[in-house]
Design a binder for this molecule. Structure first.
Ligand code: PEP
Ligand code: MN
Length: 298
């Protein structure tokens, strides 16, 4: 059953036949493809919670937050080594050093890593360290990057462009799928729509979750941190996203210890590990209640 607009529905079969129910008969109308990142499964009954800093800033900061995320019950660790910043004068990330730090944090905690790659020339480098490659909102339509990430073969977290339609988003997923890689998790991270910017950074589009479930078998997660940009909005947005049927959340956290420096990036939206723990508890309490789709292996 399709709930997208008629024009969009017609386009989808031509634009992205590999990732939609109607043209990929391998997955039944109510099935979700299970995307595996080491022992973590996206698309099953248990929502996947990813926690960590916006950017990797130091070994101390990352290890503290990785252990805190683990203790809060998170399944995976996030953190940017390469950061897409509005100003070229702002902190751009630690690059390779950041990837080394993420590796150490993953070794110590057992949490698989998702981290962003922005440059097609760096897919191999980032992919050597990441368990899952993140394609950020600003790069959703960077087609050479999507193709390289698809070829690399590791699972991909594909964030929605901040002004992208459902068709454009699934078209981007198709670039990855065309390279033989269906290990794709979609991530709604807020869109620019009136009145974004007035009281929140973006508008969290929860409507897109059931719309995606109707069209595609790919798992869908939500990023309430970038969608709101406001720490106090992250917990209610997380609950609402889970109620709307998403398969997981990716959330930015910061230290709650006194005397620790503020994050260099996105400090206003970072929640404490304690709040993350409450969100994880809520997510687990909802796990048995997901019934709208069956999980399905590749
Ligand atoms: C991020 O998750 O680090 C990030 C920059 O998010 P987005 O691409 O959604 O802005
Ligand atoms: Mn951020």
């Amino acid at each position: 059953m399709s709930i997208a607009g008629a024009a969009a529905s017609a386009d989808l079969t031509k634009i992205c036949p590999l990732v939609i129910h109607r043209t990929n008969p391998k997955y039944g109308a109510d099935e979700t493809l299970v995307v595996r990142v080491k022992h973590v499964e996206f698309g099953g009954v248990k929502p996947v919670i990813i926690g960590g800093p916006c950017s990797v800033e130091s070994i101390e900061q990352t290890l503290e937050l990785a252990h805190a995320a683990k203790a809060a019950g998170a399944d995976m660790l996030r953190g940017g080594a390469y950061k897409p910043r509005t100003s070229p004068h702002d902190f751009q990330g630690l690059g390779l050093e950041g990837l080394e730090i993420l590796r150490e944090a993953s070794l110590q905690t057992g949490l698989p890593i998702v981290t962003e790659v922005m440059d097609p020339r760096l897919v191999e480098q980032v992919g050597e360290y990441a368990d899952m490659l993140q394609i950020g909102s600003r790069n959703m339509q960077n087609y050479p990057l999507l193709t390289e990430a698809g070829r690399f073969g590791k699972p991909v977290l594909l964030k929605r462009g901040m002004a992208a339609s459902l068709v454009e988003w699934l078209g981007a997923a198709e670039y990855i799928a065309k390279e033989g890689n269906l290990q794709i998790v979609l991530c709604e991270r807020g869109i620019k729509a009136y009145p974004s910017g007035e009281y929140s950074r973006f508008i969290l589009d929860l409507n897109v979750i059931p719309a995606l479930h109707a069209e595609t078998f790919l798992p869908v997660i939500v990023d309430p941190s970038h969608a709101t940009g406001v720490a106090s909005m992250v917990e209610p947005a997380s609950r609402s996203a889970l109620e709307s049927g998403c398969h997981g959340l990716i959330i930015e956290i910061a230290s709650e210890k006194t005397g620790v420096p503020q994050p260099k990036c996105d400090a206003a939206q970072a929640i404490s590990p304690t709040t993350l723990g409450r969100i994880v508890e809520f997510a687990h309490s909802r796990a048995g209640q997901r019934s709208e789709s069956k999980a399905c292996a590749v």
